[in-house]
Write a protein that binds this ligand. Structure first.
Ligand SMILES: Cc1ncc(COP(=O)(O)O)c(C=O)c1O
Length: 469
């Protein structure tokens, strides 16, 4: 029998089954475990690694679903001949599912947006109107802070939509939220040693946290109306990271009371609030609460947003709104900062925002997503009834589903995948993996058509063996 010797980290944010899955998959892809090899049984491997059987069984389940191994009755698990593998790129974040070259898969990934309604003709026209003899300077390096015209448009857009009070001078255009957050922590790292953060956080954001070892990121309990303010005081943090409009991934909204308490905390402790409003544009059936930045009287709220949801993630355009004193800090340091967002793309976006088309695109997308969201809710209720609980409703482009059928998270994902449906784990988002919710998957709906949402849930009903009563 072959010996498997992965290095597993109990305290890692990656669940054990994912760590083990990655190790065995890499051994197979690199040829270190050859085709036809019989893997140790679940019992043997769990005994040799001194871990429970569940992560081993979950890992084998995933390797089976991915097509790396096969199971022979009463014999064991065998590595499949190489040409039969699905060729997967090495996994980063959740890309082991995202990058799998499957066809006809119904992909409920949370970061997909609707492209059917993207006004590409208009966009192309504006884009080509940017490169003219008068505008050739756009082909040079751009403004490190972002093109001034675009910053003006962003300032007025944020004021109208989210009540944000700022001048274009306070805005820094970035190449996506992670880029903007990385820049922000560069500016904060000399004055901030502890940052309180929601205890479950987007994996890309966690990666940014990990790039700043001098800052300690302290998880704060998530209650049904947002972070625990008691935890925040106890953490002695000098800054706090929150997604108040639509917590990622849980989807709760930070209540009005907590918003006021958070601002009180900021005033008392002179602490920064980092407000990530990544999908604040999309709320269904209820009015948005004001942004924290719009309520701040002490210049302590740092507001962060992106065009990835409202338009498309392809553009890689995000923005930071900084208090004046941090802006001065940015100006001193700005030459060590690289502006990654193309000036031509920025100008196209500026023209698009100046036209009526941007506002009408947002209105249209609100109703498109609202309809998809209602269909999704209907599908969940009619397919599963009491067999599944929805977590996080009323806004954004995703929700969580806690499934009551005794399957673990990885079993739910693997079973769905065998039916040609991708849903995604939630355990990876917890800063302390042991706190993760069980049997809960993340379901995004932005990129699927109404018909595909319905077809997907018919398949999930079959995959998970639950019928509404
Ligand atoms: C919490 C959070 N912030 C921001 C984003 C968008 O990131 P970006 O602007 O890099 O596309 C996402 C994407 O899913 C997210 O989950």
């Amino acid at each position: 029998m072959i010996q498997l010797m992965p290095i597993l980290e109990e305290n890692s944010k990656e669940p054990l089954y994912i760590q083990l899955y990655q190790y065995i998959r890499d051994e197979i892809v690199s040829g270190r475990i050859q085709e036809g090899t019989r893997l140790p049984s679940v019992r043997q491997l769990s005994a040799s690694l001194e871990i429970s059987r569940t992560p081993v069984a979950d890992c084998y389940e995933l390797l089976l679903a991915e097509g790396y191994i096969t199971s022979k009755p009463r014999s064991g698990f065998y590595v499949i001949p190489f040409q039969e593998h699905l060729t997967l790129t090495p996994r980063t974040e959740l890309s082991f599912l995202k990058n799998a070259p499957q066809t006809n898969v119904l992909d409920f990934h949370y970061d997909k947006v609707d492209l059917i309604h993207f006004p590409y003709k208009k966009w192309n026209r504006l884009n080509s109107s940017c490169v003219t003899p008068e505008n050739l300077q756009l082909l040079q390096y751009g403004d490190l802070q972002g093109e001034p015209g675009l910053r003006s448009e962003i300032a007025s857009y944020l004021h109208q939509l989210r009540g944000v009070r700022c001048t274009p001078d306070q805005i820094i255009v970035g190449a996506g939220t992670y880029h903007s957050l990385g820049l922000l922590f560069q500016l904060l790292k000399d004055e901030v040693a502890i940052v309180g953060t929601e205890e479950a956080v987007n994996v890309g954001v966690q990666d940014i946290f990990n790039q700043f070892p001098s800052i300690s990121f302290c998880p704060l309990t998530l209650e049904k109306d947002g972070i625990s303010i008691d935890d925040l005081y106890a953490s002695r943090a000098q800054a706090v990271y929150v997604t108040p409009s639509h917590q990622f991934p849980f989807g709760m909204t930070l209540s009005k009371e907590k918003r006021m308490e958070l601002l009180q905390w900021s005033k008392k402790q002179d602490g920064y609030i980092i407000e990530n409003d990544y999908d604040g544009e999309f709320r269904y059936n209820n009015r948005p609460l004001p942004s924290l930045q719009s309520l701040d009287e002490h210049e302590k709220v740092i507001y962060l947003g992106t065009f990835s949801r409202v338009l498309t993630p392809h553009f890689r355009i995000s923005y930071l709104v900084l208090p004046h004193h941090l802006m001065q800090h940015f100006r001193q340091k700005k030459h060590s900062y690289n502006q990654l967002s193309s000036p031509i793309l920025q100008m196209t976006l500026q023209l698009f925002m100046e036209s009526q088309d941007f506002a009408s695109h947002i209105r249209k997308m609100r109703s498109v997503y609202q309809r998809k969201y209602e269909i999704l809710l209907h599908c969940i209720h009619s397919t599963f009834g009491q067999g599944a609980e929805i977590i996080g409703q009323g806004s954004g482009l995703h929700l969580l589903l806690k499934v009551r059928n005794e399957m673990s998270e990885s079993q739910l994902i693997s079973a769905a995948r065998r039916e040609g449906v991708n849903v995604y784990p939630t355990s990876v988002y917890w800063l302390n993996a042991k706190d993760a919710m069980t049997s809960t998957v993340l379901v995004g709906f932005g990129g699927l058509s109404e018909e595909d949402i319905q077809a997907g849930f018919a398949k999930l009903g079959k995959a998970w063996g639950i019928q509404a009563r």
